[in-house]
Design a protein around this ligand. Structure first.
Ligand SMILES: Cc1cc2nc3c(=O)[nH]c(=O)nc-3n(C[C@H](O)[C@H](O)[C@H](O)COP(=O)(O)O)c2cc1C
Length: 194
């Protein structure tokens, strides 16, 4: 049975550099035999998390839909922009909603804990959004996600892409593909499917 990887971008921007980066790593994961589902967080109409709203109205249907996506996958491939030294509010809001209790009352954190994840970031700046990965890693660690050491921060990303699907720097492209391969292999070992 194939490993199922959920590919998530922290950006919903059309022409997002992080989405392009994610697509390259997803290619690597598919090449290693994984089934990769790429979702756009903007396609989930998630309100900004508010405890009073949750208490009064429960977890919204769109958050339930996102929880089901996480439930249906073994591992996470995440690319996120750096916004002022952190990762994006859209991604944090999504993680917060996923972590809320599931329909059967069990913890939503269980949808994250024990899963492997690989992190990527892209930025026009020289550090490639690396600080966003560090901030995200802290949160995922707390949730029990197994963040693999294979990662990539693509600097000067606005000049890095060639065509729709490749990078000018073929060495970097290979390293990004390898992140997807490594995630697929680690997820296989963790879920006994490898
Ligand atoms: C509110 C905001 C804050 C930003 N802060 C940073 C930053 O701290 N470091 C950085 O490298 N880029 C920063 N950027 C630039 C983003 O890296 C750049 O817009 C990038 O292309 C966003 O990713 P995307 O192309 O995937 O949407 C910021 C952009 C915005 C809109």
């Amino acid at each position: 049975m194939s490993i199922r990887i959920l590919a998530v971008s922290g950006s919903s921007r059309r022409g997002s550099l992080n989405q392009k980066l994610l697509d390259i790593a997803a290619y690597g994961a598919r090449d290693a035999g994984a089934v990769v589902t790429s979702i756009r967080l903007a396609d989930y109409a998630l309100p900004l998390y508010d405890g009073d709203n949750e208490a009064e109205q429960g977890v919204p249907a769109e958050a339930r839909r996102l929880q089901r996506e996480f439930a249906g996958h073994d591992a996470l491939l995440i690319a996120t922009p750096e916004y002022n030294g952190g990762y994006t509010a859209m991604l944090k809001n999504a993680l917060d909603w996923v972590s809320r209790p599931q329909e059967d009352g069990t913890s939503g954190v269980a949808l994250l804990a024990g899963k492997a994840a690989a992190l990527l970031s892209a930025s026009p700046g020289p550090l490639g959004g690396l600080r966003s990965q560090l901030a995200l890693r802290t949160v995922l660690d707390k949730l029990g996600v197994v963040v693999i050491p294979d990662a990539f921060a693509l600097g000067t990303a606005h000049e890095a892409f060639e065509g729709e699907t490749g990078l000018r720097d073929k060495g970097a492209e290979k390293a990004i593909i390898q992140v997807g391969v490594a995630l697929s292999r680690t997820a296989g070992r963790l879920s006994n499917k490898g």
